[in-house]
Design a binder for this molecule. Structure first.
Ligand SMILES: *Cc1c(COP(=O)(O)O)cnc(C)c1O
Length: 403
């Protein structure tokens, strides 16, 4: 990438990224089209045997075999790379979980130890316990607030440190630069699940992280209709990621890549609105007598708030709140009657969601203690005043059951 290109602001890059002339140009005609179209292919034909032989020498970003992708997916991958200053390349996966698993397989070998943040997304933990462990990789879970103290956990066998910041249920913000410094001092690889912030709000590779993973399913796609994951890595590790993705035969359909690329173009404006609405609603919740705590990195009482203010460019639309007292039934009364919030897991779309979450179940290194049950909200693009009125009625239902 040229220096001139590097100076572009992130929103400008979002509009321009991945639109290489060879992917949007029409052969024999000047100009071109704006968005790379859907190229569907399994078989690639060759003119003759010599052409077939020469094509096998460089099979990246060249039509070679459908599984290696077509310009639709390459364009999206290229755009995601451009969004992460310091990145060498990006591989796409059929889900966020597939991306996490493949990135871990690319850097770990039997006998290695992995340090995993205790607030990690539950399926990430499952991958460690049910795939890595039988293959001889030990996982040690660490407190998300460990900061520079991570150095004490690093042993001879530690090969990688996995971060998720903030945690997607409880929203502790990690000290990314301190953990990266400790890792680099011992030659340990760092990976981050950057789904909450996206590279727009946390340019992770600029902070020294080696590998940035996104569940594109969430904010990149943004419309709750495609499953996809991505792994973006620096020059040292990208070849390993690409190799592992090829070995596992991982890819995305061109139709899904095209939808994700369409979502990516509006990521900036969507995140700006998610941020503004979520902040308004989180602040309102924080002032309600039935709410014990709001777990939102941009609010001062969230663990790691100062780190968020130092390292992040913004906050997205996903946060939780802790109710004051009450039980499962009282929480269900709040959630069940909501008119504008769907009840569902996969977040990051234009529609708002509410979810009962029980963080204590997914921890081993730390304990989750709270004043009452927890509700996680994904704030969509509706008018925030409607959402607040809906939550106000929900809190009245909660009170009625709690007593
Ligand atoms: C949803 C999610 C994933 C997994 O993504 P899928 O595309 O659903 O497999 C990973 N990490 C976080 C933080 C998530 O919220």
């Amino acid at each position: 990438m040229s220096d001139e290109k590097d100076k572009r602001a992130p929103l400008t890059r979002l509009a321009q990224a991945g639109r290489r002339a060879e992917w949007v140009g029409v052969p024999g005609q000047p100009g071109g089209i704006v968005s790379p179209p859907v190229w569907r292919a399994s078989t690639i034909l060759y003119d003759d045997v010599a052409h077939l032989r020469s094509a096998t020498t460089n099979t990246h970003e060249q039509l070679f075999y459908g599984r290696k992708g077509t310009p639709t997916a390459w364009s999206l991958a290229d755009a995601l790379t451009e969004m992460e200053p310091g990145a060498e390349g990006t591989m796409l996966f059929p889900s966020g979980v597939a991306a996490i698993g493949c990135a871990l397989m690319a850097v770990l070998r039997p006998g290695d130890q992995l340090l995993m943040v205790d607030a990690a997304y539950d399926p990430t933990r499952n991958f460690c316990e049910q795939v890595l462990k039988p293959f001889g990789v030990e996982t040690l879970y660490y407190d998300p607030c460990v900061g520079a103290g991570i150095a004490e956990f690093i042993t001879e066998n530690t090969r990688a440190i996995f971060l998720e910041s903030p945690g997607s249920l409880t929203f502790e913000v990690q000290d990314v630069p301190a953990i990266v410094a400790a890792a680099q001092a011992r030659g340990v690889v760092t990976l981050i699940d950057n789904t909450w912030a996206t590279p727009l709000f946390l340019p992770a590779l600029s902070l020294g992280v080696d590998i940035s993973i996104l569940a594109c399913t969430k904010y990149i796609v943004g419309h709750s209709d495609v499953m996809m994951g991505s792994v973006t890595a620096n020059a040292a590790l990208f070849p390993k990621i690409r190799q592992m993705a090829y070995l596992f035969g991982q890819m995305t359909s061109p139709d899904d890549a095209w939808l994700a690329a369409r979502g990516l173009r509006t990521l900036g404006v969507r995140l700006a609105q998610h941020q503004a609405s979520a902040l308004m609603i989180a602040s309102w919740l924080d002032a309600q007598p039935d709410v014990a705590r709001v777990l939102h990195p941009a609010l001062p009482d969230c663990p790691g708030h100062d780190l968020w203010a130092r390292d992040f460019e913004g906050s997205s639309g996903l946060f939780s709140f802790v109710l004051k007292g009450g039980d499962e039934k009282a929480r269900a009364a709040l959630i069940d009657g909501l008119a504008h919030f769907g009840i569902g897991y996969s977040w990051g779309g234009f529609e708002s969601l509410a979810l009962p979450v029980d963080p204590a179940r997914y921890r081993s290194a730390t304990r989750w203690e709270a004043e009452g049950p927890v509700v996680r909200l994904s704030i969509g693009l509706e008018d925030p005043a409607d959402l607040i009125a809906d939550l106000e009625a929900g809190l009245a239902r909660f009170r009625a059951v709690r007593g």
